[in-house]
Write a protein of this length. Sequence first.
Length: 399
Amino acid sequence: MKTVRFWVALLMLLVVVVFSIWNMLETEPVNGFHKPWEQAVPLQSVPEGLQSLSAAECGSCHREHYREWQKSTHALAWVDPQFQAEIAKDNSPYMCINCHAPLQNQQPFVVTGLLEGDIYRPIKHANPDYDSLLRQEGITCAACHVRDGQVVARQVSGRAPHASRADARHLSEQLCISCHNASAVVTPDLVCSFETGDEWRAGPYFGQKTCLDCHMPAVKRPAAAGSDTTVSRLHYFMGSGIPKHDTLTTERLDGLVYDLSGIKAEYGVADSIVLAVTVANKVAGHRVPTGDPERFILTVVTIEDAAGRVVQADTFRIGEKWVWYPEAHKVADNNLNPGESRTYQVSARLSPGHFTVRIRGYKFRTTEEMVRYNKLGDDYPTHILFYERTRPLRVVAPA
């Protein structure tokens, strides 16, 4: 009887071993991650002394920082209607959320790998620590400032009511670039093309200035309510200045500088009237525009008569142009490199009289076609007017 039980047990063991080997052979290979934006920031625990990771709790002491962040596009990264429309598409891969809600705490699933490297076959399981309210905060304070149960700052006083540590390297431009340099051909009709980090590295300010110098300028103020004055940084994360909702405003930086010295005040009626408008990328350490390839800038030059009627209008565009389907590819790119300038010439035939030359600069997030395609509505803010100047112009008849 013992012999029978022995052989039955041995047979069962062999079945288990054979099945395990077969399963290993049949299982598709699992690929890891190679880019920072391919995975979420690992699950973060609440630092001792705090009750949650919410931005509001941070804001109870860091009041100015919190108010600045509330106006930033970082705060709206998840709830942005354009982003929500994009991730609702069937061809939207899992990894897009990693830059819009970076913490694992903000994501309902934990992704541990990709079957055969396929972004549409992530290996995932339910996240028991998922916080849906925290996800609404997008790029929240903890996304940058909490690691390993501690609040990370560029410097610490030792008097904070929570666990903290200083780590200026972690909070350097490398943290910015981990998302603002996400560039990959994901599928033939889905391309991620954010190259701001590469543009900065290739530009004249690399090694001299970083993202923080322009987009988070240093100021002297208390880092928290009741603390001593120290060197802090603004948290508006200033960029294009185009708000995510029509009821909001946000701080902006303008990389372009206009030169109108090519517009004379007086021309003869027999002259060849040529107005020159020069635009230069004198401020930005990257190309302008940068980031989302759908962004572009329009310079509109109009000539108005004494009654305010537009007698001539010319429009000039800076930006990339892409074909997105059936295979995404760039067909044009005239973005301005750091330090590069471009002169637009407007030729006009005008009768004697007084005129006004009006120069307007517009920043566009995207096109009206995209707004209609994604059903974003008429009130979705696609652009802002960031520059407007006028110059008087007189055309005189020959004596």
